[in-house]
Design a protein around this ligand. Structure first.
Ligand code: KIV
Ligand code: ZN
Length: 525
């Protein structure tokens, strides 16, 4: 299937990461600004060629995160998404213009279904709009990507026409999305070959592939496109994304590396950063990784069956096609303690996937010292929980925890006395109600902040082994029809829950300043 002779130099396939754009569209997977910057830095350290940082017109928050990523992240090309209209494209450029290397990615649907039912536009209008969009983007920046949305369900003749016209208008990358995850590997291969054979100016652009995983074929489809001559894969860490998600970056990268004999391709990815980056994204988005997930799942390198273990002991390659070390799976869970300094903490956090700025490091270090007083040995899981709590906190939290006291006993109504700070003011509420201390804490936080949350999911897990481990609470709540996530970590589960609630409330306040300025207590049921 390869488009390259085995003896020639391997082709370099560009890795276009869209974790922060398509990935962030995962239900419940949204990130705040600090989290996005943390993930963007991890992607740069991983060696991706392009970071699609967001969709600047979508919201002021999206605009700001693309702008800050463009301003601060060095290495990859920073890309912003835009529909084919002047407002979108101008806004994308405004966000991107400070990046040393930037790309505007414009898209317009081309399939008959989208033309007829969504856009209500003729084929002529689509070509005209696509060309105008690419021209406007090219007037700002010489790196322009065009995506005919739903390309894999678009008629061949019309797709060729749009692709030829947009390359002539200045597109330097043509991305072929399988928007609804409908295509099979054979079809994708044939479609790329068809474009290469039929579009006269196709050599002036890089062909890219963008697959969704609705039928579980995104990785196979992306690799089929590469075999047919595509030079860029669009993908996300852990395959997160809209609906069933996008192509998983770690899967295509390791497939091309492990089967270099077949693909004759390479990437610029530093594979030992795959597991740390995967864990960072999972922790940051709250989207957990299934245990048997390829490459980065907890069981990906675990051998349970006796026959397999025996084979492994005799010769690793009997049952292992990749080395765990190659993907950054470290067996050592290094222990830190109260004598460990800031540099050791920063170093370990970095190995675990987090690059902490001076102020962040200071705050995590303070919490690390408190924890070291309670707990002799601090493991990787504890450090991840502390850092995660820090980066999930909005940069200027409106509400912070001052103090709490909980009383609970069998067959007695629980009671919580809670003090929060909002600006310079402290207020206290006592709640003697509910069917447990968590329920009572929920009520008291709602009463004090005036924000009525509906709890949709509440997960608590221990960050490490042992009864003195940190408890990590991940909360999904709904406020005015929108879902928000909160993360809290403490050796006390009630405190972790209150911190998780405040983290969610501070996200709401950051998004809705009117709520933050006017905390009027509401009835909480
Ligand atoms: O899936 C899709 O079609 C997209 C485009 C915007 C590239 O995400
Ligand atoms: Zn997509």
């Amino acid at each position: 299937m390869s488009s390259q002779e085995p003896n020639s130099e391997p082709r370099t396939i560009q890795i276009f990461d869209t974790t922060l754009r398509d990935g962030e569209q995962s239900p419940g997977g949204s990130m705040n600004l600090v989290e996005k910057l943390e993930v963007a830095q991890a992607l740069a350290d991983l060696g991706v060629d392009v970071i699609e940082a967001g969709f600047p017109i979508a919201s002021p928050g999206d605009f700001e995160s693309v702008r800050q990523i463009a301003q601060t992240i060095r290495g990859p090309v920073i890309c912003g998404l835009a529909r084919c209209n002047d407002k979108d494209i101008d806004r994308a450029w405004e966000a991107l213009k400070q990046a040393p290397r930037s790309r505007i990615h414009v898209f317009l649907a081309t399939s008959a279904i989208h033309r007829e039912f969504k856009l209500k536009m003729s084929t002529e209008e689509i070509v005209e709009r696509a060309v105008a969009g690419v021209k406007r983007a090219a007037s700002y920046c010489d790196d322009v990507e065009f995506s005919p949305e739903d390309a894999c369900r678009t008629e061949h003749d019309f797709l060729c026409r749009v692709v030829e016209a947009t390359i002539a208008a200045g597109a330097t990358t043509i991305n072929i999305p399988d928007t609804v995850g409908y295509a099979t590997p054979e079809e994708v291969h044939a479609r790329i070959v068809m474009l290469r054979n039929r579009v006269p100016n196709i050599d002036r652009a890089v062909i890219s592939i963008h697959c969704h995983d609705d039928l579980g074929m995104a990785t196979a489809n992306s690799l089929a496109a590469v075999s047919a001559g595509a030079g860029q894969i669009e993908c996300t860490i852990n395959g997160i994304g809209e609906r069933a998600g996008n192509t998983a970056l770690e899967e295509v990268v390791m497939a091309m590396r492990t089967r270099a004999d077949l693909f004759h391709c390479r990437t610029n990815i530093e594979s030992t950063r795959l597991v740390p980056t995967s864990r960072l994204v999972s922790k940051t988005t709250g989207l957990s990784i299934q245990r048997n997930k390829s490459i980065v799942g907890q069981n990906a390198f675990a051998h349970e069956a006796g026959i397999h273990q025996d084979g492994m002991l005799k010769e690793r390659s009997t049952y292992e096609i990749m080395s765990p070390a190659d993907v950054g799976l470290s067996k050592t869970d290094l222990v830190l303690g109260k004598h460990s300094g800031r540099a050791a903490l920063a170093d370990r956090a970095r190995i675990l996937g987090y690059t902490l700025s001076g102020e962040q490091l200071q705050q995590v270090f303070e919490r690390f010292k408190d924890l070291a007083d309670k707990k002799k040995e601090i493991y990787d899981g504890d450090i991840i929980a502390l850092v995660q709590q820090q980066i999930s906190t909005t940069s200027d939290p409106q509400w912070t925890l001052v103090d709490y006291e909980v009383t609970t006993a069998k067959d007695r109504t629980p009671s919580v006395r809670l003090t929060l700070r909002h600006g310079d003011e402290e207020s206290t509420e006592t709640a003697e109600r509910g069917d447990g201390p968590i329920d009572a804490a929920f009520w008291a936080v709602g009463k004090l902040t005036g924000i009525e949350l509906v709890c949709k999911d509440y997960r608590v897990r221990s960050a490490t082994l042992g009864q003195d481990a940190i408890g990590e609470v991940v909360l999904e709540v709904e406020y005015k029809g929108k879902s928000y996530r909160g993360v809290g970590a403490s050796t006390d589960t009630v405190e972790a829950t209150i911190l998780a609630m405040l983290s969610a409330i501070n996200r709401i306040a950051a998004e809705r300043p009117q709520v933050a300025q006017n905390p009027s207590p509401q009835p909480v049921t």
